[in-house]
Design a protein around this ligand. Structure first.
Ligand code: SF4
Length: 225
């Protein structure tokens, strides 16, 4: 139990992010949005980038999409104090444009450090951009949403539609709530599987995932939970 150290380490990252000028978004942001939550959270939610409200307040998911996220968290007896919420990109791209590759690369080490410190059991990718960064591959989120995947780093990832998707397309709302409802049982399975050491590679179910490496498509196998 080293919560104080984790909190302190996350605080150091947050302070670096707040003054960061490693990419052009540092010039246009109002406030950077490092992330908030429990330093020892079992679940880390990762969105794409701050929007207008987040940029104004420095808090992730504090606009209408955040309200729906809170509702979904409450539906599985979670709240912001029990999880950690961050973004792939810590500063708002102007007019909410997609982040450029160099901006994503410049910001990536912050999220990597946050993952190392928090060491969550489950990383929930909120939306396509988060999924593309954390689960590299070409699968569409419409095909893999709600399906947990254990990646070569040993962590379990769950891709979900971004909460704002339901605001644009109401028919996705029940789908998102159903996907979210799987989170408690996924955590339970992870806790059980963490206690079991597979006797061989073959004993772990895998799925084929297409990735693009140096411009070439390559099929790799990723472990399913
Ligand atoms: S987006 Fe990330 S890398 Fe760019 S200025 Fe903000 S904190 Fe720094």
């Amino acid at each position: 139990m080293i919560e104080a150290n984790e909190e302190e380490a996350l605080g150091v990252i947050a302070n670096e992010v707040k003054v960061c000028q490693k990419c052009r978004l540092g010039k246009t942001r109002t406030q950077a949005v490092p992330g908030v939550g429990d330093p020892e959270a079992e679940v880390l939610f990762v969105g794409e980038a701050p929007g207008y409200q987040e940029d104004q307040k420095g808090i992730p998911f504090c606009g209408p999409a955040g309200k729906f996220l809170d509702e979904m968290l409450a539906s599985v007896s979670l709240d912001r104090d029990k999880v950690f919420i961050a973004n792939v990109i810590k500063c708002r791209p102007p007019e909410n444009r997609d982040p450029e590759d160099d901006e994503k690369n410049a910001c990536w080490p912050y999220l990597q450090k946050q993952i190392e410190i928090i060491n969550p059991k489950l990383i929930v990718c909120l939306g396509r951009h988060s999924m593309m960064r954390l689960i590299p591959g070409q699968a569409s989120i419409s095909k893999i949403h709600g399906k947990p995947l254990r990646r070569p780093d040993g962590r379990v990832y769950l891709p979900l539609y971004h909460p704002s998707a339901a605001l644009h397309n109401g028919s996705l709302r029940p789908v998102q709530l159903e996907d979210f409802s799987k989170i408690p049982s996924i955590i339970e399975k992870i806790q059980k599987s963490d206690q079991i050491t597979p006797t061989s590679q073959e004993s772990v179910p895998t799925a084929e995932v297409k990735i693009n490496q140096e411009g070439k498509d390559k099929i790799i196998k990723q472990k399913l939970l």
